[in-house]
Design a protein around this ligand. Structure first.
Ligand SMILES: O=C(O)CCC(=O)C(=O)O
Ligand SMILES: [Fe+2]
Length: 265
């Protein structure tokens, strides 16, 4: 192995492990159920919480998403298919109620070992179009350090056809970046992946597809390689809480407001 390659790996290991030993790392109180969920998220990178919301709540929230999209304020859209209002919680009380869920916030704080909050709730409708790329526009990692914690609530039944969320298993590990660097020569900060690259990587890894019911919630570390798969037909509705450490929000508020078109000052 080239000396430069080895050097990059050593730097990465030093950086990630010293961050984990950070003086600022904190412990948060969790109940038994939350402890169990956290353990699974740490191990696998995700957890599915079935029946988090009932059908009536989901129906009401779908209405809220439709109304926000119809109004069209603070909307972002990709390929006439992926319609997004990142700051839905600022525009709808019902969406804000999900944003402020205590248990999810506890889990996010414990996962990131820092005081954390869901700055915004992506309120999204994915619509089928010819050759759409799905929610998030293809395979990617959202971030490297600090990890990002997300809570995605399916507001409708999600089958193989209407764009289920997918994760490449095992890519939640720190070692995943090192492995991909050595094996595939992917740089540490590579964030987007083609189908061909995913096919190469999935020879020894499984793609997990989240087919699930209306009201099921997926908690995940969006450092994992993931995507919303392209739709074959139908719509998909979802709310996603984006959790950030509070000190990160304070430092980056303006950037976040402009990047995600948030309706706040
Ligand atoms: O909605 C999904 O299924 C995933 C979207 C995503 O990965 C993103 O917006 O970063
Ligand atoms: Fe993503």
């Amino acid at each position: 192995m080239k000396i430069i390659k080895l050097f990059k790996i050593v730097i990465y290991i030093l950086k990630t492990y010293t961050e984990d030993l950070s003086f600022f790392a904190r412990n948060f109180k969790l109940n038994k159920n939350e402890k169990n969920i956290l353990k699974i998220i740490k191990k696998k990178g995700y957890y599915v919480w079935e029946n988090f919301y009932d059908d009536l709540k989901c129906k009401n929230l779908r209405n809220e998403v439709d109304n926000l999209i119809k109004k069209g304020d603070f909307i972002k859209q990709y390929n006439n298919s992926d319609f997004r209002i990142y700051g839905g919680n600022f525009l709808s009380e019902k969406i804000d109620f999900f944003n402020k869920n205590k248990s999810l916030n506890n889990l996010a704080c414990s996962f990131l070992k820092m005081k954390t909050k869901a700055l915004f709730t992506l309120s999204a409708r994915l619509q089928h179009t010819e050759s759409n790329l799905g929610s998030g526009q293809g395979w990617h990692r959202d971030t490297y350090r600090p990890y990002q914690f997300k809570a995605m609530l399916y507001l409708c039944k999600v089958t193989d056809e209407n764009g289920p969320f997918q994760i490449l298993e095992g890519t939640n590990k720190k070692s995943s970046l090192i492995y991909n660097y050595i094996k595939h020569n992917f740089d540490f900060d590579k964030s987007r992946f083609s189908e061909e690259e995913i096919n190469k990587m999935s020879i020894n890894k499984k793609i997990k597809t989240f087919i699930a019911s209306e009201g099921d919630l997926i908690l995940f570390n969006s450092y994992c390689i993931h995507r919303g798969s392209p739709t074959k037909k139908g719509n998909r509705y979802a709310l996603t809480n984006y959790y950030f450490p509070e000190n990160f929000i304070t430092k980056n508020k303006e950037i976040l407001i402009s990047k995600f078109k948030l309706p706040i000052k």
